[in-house]
Design a protein around this ligand. Structure first.
Ligand code: FUC
Length: 822
C-alpha cells in the first residue's frame, strides 16, 4: 500500500517536474550561437529604452535605443500656398483628366522634399555599450535565450572550465538596463566597458567610477539635430577592482558584477526640448543603484507580468519545441510545431509591452529597436497601415494600457494637424497625411503620389473608438472627443460632390500606394476613403449619443453620411478599389486597402453582407499570398474574418518562413530572432500576425462575440485565456478539442447582453437563443448600403458555416460558463 503511494507520489512529482520543465521551455527563444548579425540579436525594452543583445562571449554588444532620439528639431512640414493647386487637381479629376491631375500633384509636392520643407525625420540609435573579455575567445557549452515570460535575456558559456553567465533586462521598474555577470568561480570576471556611436556628434568619457557617453541626433534636410542624450554606466562589484581610463572602465577579478545603464534626452514634448539629460540619467542611475539585483529583478518581472500574464495560449506541443528557435523557423513549414505559433503570438505581446508603455512614445516602424542613423523609411510612423497595425493586438490581447502612447500622439496631431487642414484644404479640424514623426508633422511626405492621402486622422481615430468599445470607458471618450470631432470636421469640410452620382467623396486622394493606370493613383472617392469616412462619421454620431453632446453637429454629420458612395462590385467580381471599375486582374500590390472594410473595420460580414464578402474574397485570392511581412499579417486577419482557418494558417506559415537574406523587397518572412521581415525588419508584421492569431480564436464585431471563428485543422485541440471582446467581455478560459468547444468561461466587466456566436451547440445556465437585434449598445451593426454590382460580375455565393447564436444577461463583474452539447 505504502509502496504504491510512494510510487504515485514519485510519479506525480516526476510529472510535475516534466510539466514545469515543459512549461519553462514554453515561452523562450533560444539559440546555441552568438548573434552574427542584428537580425539574430535579441530585443529587450521597457517602452522607453531598448537594446539588442548579441551574446558574443568575447565582445558583448548592447546596441542601445531611447525612444526620443530622432534627427531634427520641433516644427511641422506644411507647404504654403497649395490650396489653389488642390482645387485644380480636384477639377482635373472630375474632368477625368487623371494623368494631368497626377502630374499637377507631383509638381506641387515633388518627390524630393523642397528646400524649405522636410519629409520626416529618422529615428536614430544612441550607439552601443561594449563589454570586452579578451580571454573569452574560445568557449564551449554556449547558450543564449530570451525568456519572454520574465522579459530577460541570458547568455551562458564555459571558458577554461569556468561557467559564465550574463543576464540582461530593460527594467520596467527602475528605468535602466541592468546586466548581471556571474561566474561559478570567484575572482574570474575581468573585462572592460566602453561605448561607441555612429552619431557625428558624440563623446565618451569616464568620471570617478562611471562611463558617460553623450551625443546629439543628426541634422538632415533643412532640420538641425537638437536631441541631446546622455548615457551613464555604473557598476557594482562583488570582489575585484574597478579602475577607469579615458574612455573605458576596467573590472579586474570580480566575483560578480551588476551594471546599470541609464539613458536620457532633453526631449520634453514635441515642441519643447528643455529636459537636462545629464541630471536625468544621473538621478535615475543613482536611484536604481540603491536596489540590489534580486529586488530589481523581482520588481521588473512583476511590473512586466502585470500585463503579459493576462493571456495564455496553448495550441499543442511537439518535439520541435526542444530545438533552437532559428531551426524551428527553418523547419516550420515542413513540421508540426503549433507551439511556435503560440510563441510567435506571445512574442508579439512581449514586443508591444516592451515598446509601448503609458506616458511614452508609440511604437514606430521598428518598435524602438534600430541600429542606424538612416533606417528604412526613417523608422518613423507610416500611418497608411503600419502604425495602426502595430496597435491591432492592443485591445484584443488584453494590453489596453499599451494603446495609450498612440492616443497621446493623437492629441498632439489634433493640434499640429490643424495647420495642414487649414493651409492645404481650407478646412476646419485637423488631418495628417501618410507619415508622421516625433515632431508630429502632418504635411505631405514622399511627394504627390505616395503622400497625397489626407486620411491619416481618419484611420488613427478609429483606435479611440475601438478602445471605448472594448473598455466602455466614458471618461476616456470624453477626454478624446475633441480629437474625434476635429477629424470629423475635417472630412465634413473637404468632401466634394462628384459630378456623376452626386456622392460626397474625398478628393484628391489615393488608394494607398496603388495605381490604376501607369503611374497614376490620384483620384476621388477611393473605396478605402469612403469606408474610413463612413467610420469617422458613425463613430462621432455614436460618441455624441453616449456623451449626450453636440446634437446639431451629429445631425450635420448624419446628413453627409447618407451621401457617401456605396461599395461596388466590379467586372471581375472583385470589391472595387476605386470609384470606377479600374481594378487590374493581375494586380499583386501589397496594399489591399479597400479590404479595410473587412478588417480592421467591421463593415463586411459573411452573414450580413455575403455579396461584398464574396467580392472581397475574390480580391484577396487574386492578390495572392506571399508579400511583405505586414501584408501577410493583414491577410491572416482577413482570412480569419472570412472564417477560413486553414487559409489563415497558410498565411501564418508564409509569415513564419525564414526571412530572405536580401535586405529589401516584397517577399517577407521571419528572422532568426522572430522579428518580422518586410524585408528589411519592420515590426508591424509581428503585431499584425499576433492580432490575426487572436482573430482566429475570437472575434467581436457584427453584433456578436464569435467563439473560435476560424480554427485551422492543425489546432485541433487547445485552450486560451484572457482574450478580450468588445463590450468589456473577457475569455476566462476556452478549451476545445476536435475543433469543438468543450467549455468556455466568459467574464463581464461592464454587464449587459452577451450575444455569443458559436459553431458548436452550447449548453449552460442563462443561455437563450438570440432574438432580434443585440440590445447591447457596444454591438451596434453599421448600416451598410447595398452594393452596386457590375453587370459583368459573376457571383456564385459563399457558403457560410452553420452557427448558433445565444443571448446571456450578464451582471457587471459576473461570469458564466458553457459547455458543448453532446
Ligand atoms: C508603406 C508600405 C511599405 C513600407 C512602408 C514603411 O509605404 O507600402 O511597404 O511598409 O510603408
Amino acid at each position: 500500500m505504502k509502496i504504491i503511494k510512494y510510487k504515485r507520489v514519485a510519479g506525480f512529482l516526476f510529472f510535475m517536474l516534466f510539466a514545469i520543465q515543459l512549461n519553462a521551455q514554453k515561452l523562450i527563444l533560444k539559440y546555441d550561437k552568438p548573434a552574427s548579425n542584428w537580425n539574430e540579436a535579441l530585443p529587450i525594452g521597457n517602452g522607453r529604452l531598448g537594446a539588442m543583445i548579441f551574446g558574443n562571449p568575447q565582445k558583448e554588444e548592447l546596441q542601445l535605443n531611447e525612444e526620443t532620439i530622432w534627427a531634427g528639431e520641433p516644427g511641422n512640414n506644411v507647404p504654403k500656398n497649395t490650396f489653389g493647386n488642390i482645387e485644380a487637381i480636384r477639377k482635373l479629376i472630375f474632368d477625368k483628366k487623371y494623368k494631368e491631375a497626377q502630374d499637377l500633384s507631383n509638381e506641387t509636392f515633388p518627390r524630393q522634399a523642397p528646400k524649405d520643407l522636410n519629409y520626416g525625420m529618422p529615428y536614430q540609435t544612441a550607439g552601443s555599450v561594449w563589454f570586452d573579455f579578451p580571454e573569452h575567445e574560445k568557449f564551449s557549452n554556449y547558450k543564449r535565450d530570451l525568456d519572454i515570460e520574465n522579459a530577460v535575456t541570458s547568455v551562458s558559456y564555459k571558458v577554461n572550465g569556468i561557467s559564465y553567465k550574463r543576464e540582461i533586462l530593460a527594467s520596467f521598474s527602475d528605468d535602466v538596463i541592468i546586466v548581471k555577470l556571474t561566474a561559478d568561480k570567484k575572482k574570474s570576471i575581468s573585462f572592460s566597458i566602453t561605448s561607441t556611436s555612429p552619431q557625428v556628434l558624440n563623446s565618451v568619457k569616464t568620471s570617478e567610477n562611471r562611463l558617460i557617453f553623450a551625443g546629439t541626433s543628426g541634422s538632415t534636410d533643412n532640420k538641425i539635430g537638437r536631441i541631446n542624450y546622455v548615457g551613464q554606466v555604473g557598476c557594482i562589484l562583488k570582489g575585484g577592482t574597478l579602475t577607469v581610463k579615458a574612455d573605458k572602465l576596467f573590472i579586474d577579478k570580480a566575483d560578480e558584477v551588476v551594471i546599470r545603464i541609464a539613458l536620457a534626452t532633453n526631449f520634453k514634448n514635441y515642441k519643447e526640448l528643455s529636459e537636462n539629460p545629464f541630471q536625468k540619467s544621473e538621478a535615475v542611475l543613482e536611484k536604481a543603484s540603491q536596489k540590489n539585483y534580486a529586488t530589481a529583478y523581482q520588481n521588473h518581472v512583476s511590473a512586466y507580468q502585470k500585463y503579459f500574464n493576462r493571456v495564455s495560449l496553448n495550441l499543442g506541443d511537439s518535439p520541435q519545441s526542444k530545438k533552437t528557435t532559428d531551426v524551428r523557423i527553418k523547419e516550420f513549414n515542413a513540421s508540426y510545431d503549433p507551439q511556435l505559433v503560440a510563441l510567435y503570438f506571445q512574442f508579439g505581446r512581449y514586443l508591444l509591452v516592451s515598446s509601448s508603455q503609458p506616458g511614452n512614445q508609440p511604437a514606430n516602424l521598428q518598435g524602438i529597436w534600430n541600429h542606424k542613423l538612416s533606417p528604412p523609411w526613417d523608422s518613423k510612423y507610416t500611418v497608411n497601415i503600419n502604425t495602426e497595425m502595430n496597435y491591432w493586438p492592443a485591445e484584443t490581447t488584453n494590453l489596453s494600457e499599451m494603446h495609450q502612447p498612440l492616443f497621446s500622439m493623437l492629441k498632439d496631431l489634433a493640434v499640429t494637424g490643424q495647420e495642414s487642414a487649414k493651409e492645404m484644404y481650407h478646412a476646419r479640424g485637423w488631418n495628417l497625411h501618410h507619415n508622421t514623426d516625433l515632431w508630429r508633422i502632418t504635411g505631405i511626405v514622399d511627394g504627390g503620389f505616395y503622400g497625397m492621402w489626407p486620411m491619416g486622422g481618419a484611420w488613427l481615430t478609429q483606435h479611440l473608438w475601438q478602445h471605448y468599445l472594448y473598455t466602455g470607458d466614458t471618461a476616456f471618450l470624453k477626454e478624446y472627443y475633441p480629437v474625434m470631432k476635429g477629424a470629423a470636421q475635417f472630412y465634413l469640410d473637404v468632401l466634394q460632390e462628384e459630378p456623376e452620382k452626386k456622392w460626397l467623396v474625398v478628393s484628391p486622394s489615393i488608394s494607398p500606394e496603388n495605381t490604376y493606370q501607369g503611374g497614376v493613383g490620384v483620384s476621388a472617392g477611393t473605396t478605402m476613403d469612403n469606408q474610413l469616412v463612413f467610420d469617422v462619421f458613425n463613430n462621432i454620431i455614436n460618441a455624441c449619443k453616449v456623451l449626450e453632446t453636440d446634437r446639431n453637429f451629429a445631425d450635420s454629420v448624419a446628413v453627409a453620411l447618407k451621401r457617401l458612395p456605396p461599395m461596388q462590385i466590379g467586372q471581375h467580381s472583385q470589391l472595387q478599389e476605386w470609384l470606377h471599375d479600374w481594378d487590374k486582374l493581375n494586380d499583386k500590390h501589397r496594399h489591399i486597402s479597400h479590404l479595410y472594410g473587412l478588417f480592421p473595420s467591421g463593415q463586411l460580414s459573411p452573414l450580413r453582407t455575403p455579396e461584398l464578402v464574396e467580392a472581397a474574397k475574390n480580391t484577396l485570392i487574386s492578390r495572392g499570398d506571399v508579400s511583405t511581412g505586414w501584408s501577410m499579417g493583414w491577410k491572416v486577419n482577413w482570412w480569419a474574418r472570412l472564417l477560413d482557418g486553414n487559409k489563415a494558417f497558410k498565411l501564418i506559415k508564409d509569415q513564419l518562413r525564414p526571412a530572405p537574406m536580401e535586405s529589401k523587397g516584397e517577399s517577407g518572412g521571419t528572422y532568426p530572432n522572430l522579428f518580422d521581415a518586410h524585408p528589411p525588419f519592420q515590426i508591424d508584421g509581428n503585431f499584425g500576425c499576433t492580432a490575426g492569431i487572436s482573430e482566429m480564436l475570437l472575434q467581436s464585431y457584427d453584433g456578436v462575440v464569435h467563439l473560435l471563428p476560424a480554427l485551422p485543422d492543425e489546432w485541433e485541440k487547445g485552450n486560451v485565456a484572457g482574450l478580450k471582446a468588445q463590450g468589456g467581455f473577457e475569455i476566462g478560459e476556452m478549451k476545445w478539442d476536435k475543433g469543438k468547444i468543450i467549455s468556455v468561461t466568459i467574464k463581464s466587466n461592464l454587464g449587459g447582453n452577451l450575444r455569443l456566436r458559436s459553431h458548436s451547440k452550447l449548453k449552460g445556465k442563462g443561455l437563450t437563443f438570440a432574438k432580434g437585434e443585440n440590445p447591447n449598445s457596444f454591438f451596434k451593426i453599421p448600416d451598410i448600403q447595398n452594393p452596386i454590382i457590375s453587370a459583368k460580375a459573376k457571383l456564385i455565393g459563399i457558403k457560410s458555416p452553420k452557427v448558433f447564436e445565444y443571448d446571456i444577461k450578464m451582471e457587471k463583474g459576473g461570469s458564466c460558463t458553457f459547455y458543448a452539447e453532446e
